[in-house]
Design a protein around this ligand. Sequence first.
Ligand code: SF4
Length: 236
Amino acid sequence: MEKKILIQKLWNLVNLAEDYYSTGFKSRHPEIKEAPVKQVENGEKGQSPGKRLESIKQEILTCKKCSLHYGRTNAVPGEGNLHADIFIVGNGPDEEEDATGRPFAGNAGNYLDKWLTAIQLDKGRHCFVSNIVRCRPPQNRDPGLEESRACFVYIDEQLAIIKPKVILCLGRIPGQILTGKLTTSVAKLRDQLFSCKGIPVIVTYHPVSVLQDQSLRKPVWEDLKRLKMILDKQTG
Ligand code: SF4
């Protein structure tokens, strides 16, 4: 019995420490303090940010909100640092992501690592990586508008918990959805700075597109430098 009470006390202490850390983190982001946090279906009130993120992950793994769930092997909930500065949004999961359940699992992910290293950032330490839809579209087609809208609830909830300093959209579909410019090309979107829920949004090309067309390396490098500048400004 005493052992049970001791375990309960230790558990309460862990929760207190988590909540203290999260409050300190929030105070660095006053501009998005009021961002609405919707309760996920299987979440509970008063959960720490880590537990809320885990609840969202569990909800995604069994989600059937759109027809993409029929063809998936694994949903890809997204992963990274709970206190990430950068929230990365890719396209729909490809074959490798679908097989592993992990975002940017293959060549595109390795290439993205190199991009981040070039601006002194580390994917695991500084980023949370997600996709605009969390289930693989058939034959790697682009995610549809309705599918992207259905799945946006998860980006919304993860953003509200992580409160990143900047969102990096990789590719046309995530760029169009997060900026609301549904007919604008990446070439035009990357020329402007947008904001989603008070968080700056940068749009650039997807690593797969750059692997296929090396002429895109230069614009991507410019976008990465802009991203770093925004981060450095906010860090002071
Ligand atoms: S793509 Fe998103 S909304 Fe559609 S079933 Fe998968 S997790 Fe649910």
